[in-house]
Ligand binder design. Structure first.
Ligand code: ZN
Length: 331
């Protein structure tokens, strides 16, 4: 009688659909192809982040893509920490930040020049490459003060975020990685428009020793030998992922597990419990007070308006108010 509500507590078997739902990252494995990955559909939490900022549509799309990428990469962290994705470019959208804090908190914001953006839009130029321009994509893993911060930087010159992320995996991790991202605004008659994004990440991780290079070969860089043929299993994965339609990645009636089943059922795919991700910011009055305490007396004066210092969090727009006397006394 309670079958229907207990369904999520049973080990999920692909073929029984509707497990994770929106805003849950689903890790998966296809042993026959030596592939592991993660897939996600972001719904209400992404819509909350984007709606709060009320960005123009092209900016919202870019940030949505940055968010889904940060979720796919951040949920791979094995320890407590942060994964920060940041772009710095010379286009109208000169900065995107999406940061993921374990176990589930995502926040993000975009910085853009409204005049330049309007000029581009009026000229009918709206590609990701023209919006971003040239610059870099930085991916940072921060596992707290006792661990070394790791940062990988890739060029973002005339390529999309998806392409830049692939380059990152090739250069920094040397793991064959395929990635598909999609963003859309869901328009339902009679209901408010809602942002959605989806993504699928697949990595080739063969366990068989003969398919791995020895790490201590002289001059070895751990990467595949130049000109080496692409492994058949990995070729198959690439071919399968090439069949993924952008709409399948975001369609709530398809869902994450159903897409994985569609792609990999012939090889046998295992999906694990979905990991929830949420729209959460780590800002606090104490943290912002800490920043203001580092200000000079002059900076405190310049920040004061109408007898108060007002600070709004760039990520979540929460407004904080301080009495400048709190800081002036210490100067
Ligand atoms: Zn905040």
């Amino acid at each position: 009688m309670l079958e229907a509500i207990q369904v999520t507590e049973r080990a999920p078997k692909l073929g029984e659909f509707g497990y994770a739902g929106d805003d849950h990252v689903v890790p998966f494995e296809v042993d026959a192809l030596d592939v592991r990955g993660r897939a996600v559909q972001l719904g209400p939490m992404l819509d909350a982040i984007l709606s709060r900022h009320d960005y123009p549509e092209p900016v919202a799309r870019l940030l949505a893509e940055a968010c889904v990428l940060a979720v796919l990469l951040g949920t791979s962290l094995k320890f407590e920490g942060k994964f920060i994705l940041q772009t710095r470019t010379d286009g109208p959208v000169d900065m995107l930040v999406a940061d993921f804090a374990t176990p589930h908190a995502l926040r993000g914001y975009a910085r853009f020049d409204a005049d330049r953006l309007e000029a581009l839009t009026a000229a009918g130029e709206g590609s990701q490459q023209t919006l971003l321009g040239n610059g870099v994509l930085a991916l940072t893993i921060d596992q707290g003060e006792h661990m070394q911060r790791y940062q990988g930087i890739v060029q973002l010159d005339g390529v999309t975020l998806e392409e830049a992320a692939r380059t990152y995996f090739r250069q920094s991790e040397q793991i064959p990685t395929e990635l598909r991202l999609s963003v859309a605004k869901l328009v339902t008659p009679g209901a408010a428009e809602q942002w959605r994004a989806g993504g699928l990440l697949a990595q080739f991780l063969p366990e068989a020793a003969e398919r791995m290079r020895l790490p201590d070969l002289p001059g070895g860089d751990g990467g595949p030998a130049a000109g080496a043929p692409v492994d058949n299993a990995w070729q198959e994965v690439q071919a399968l992922l090439a069949t993924v339609e952008p709409t399948e990645l975001i369609d709530p009636t398809v869902g994450t597990e159903r897409l994985l089943f569609r792609l990999f059922h012939e090889h046998g795919v295992r999906a694990f419990d979905g990991v929830r991700v949420a729209d959460e910011c780590s800002c606090s009055k104490d943290k912002i007070r800490g920043i203001l305490e580092g200000f000079s007396a002059e900076e405190i004066r310049e920040s004061t308006e109408g007898g108060k210092i007002h600070v709004a969090c760039e990520f979540c727009s929460t407004a904080y108010e301080f009495d400048p006397a709190e800081f002036a006394a210490a100067k």
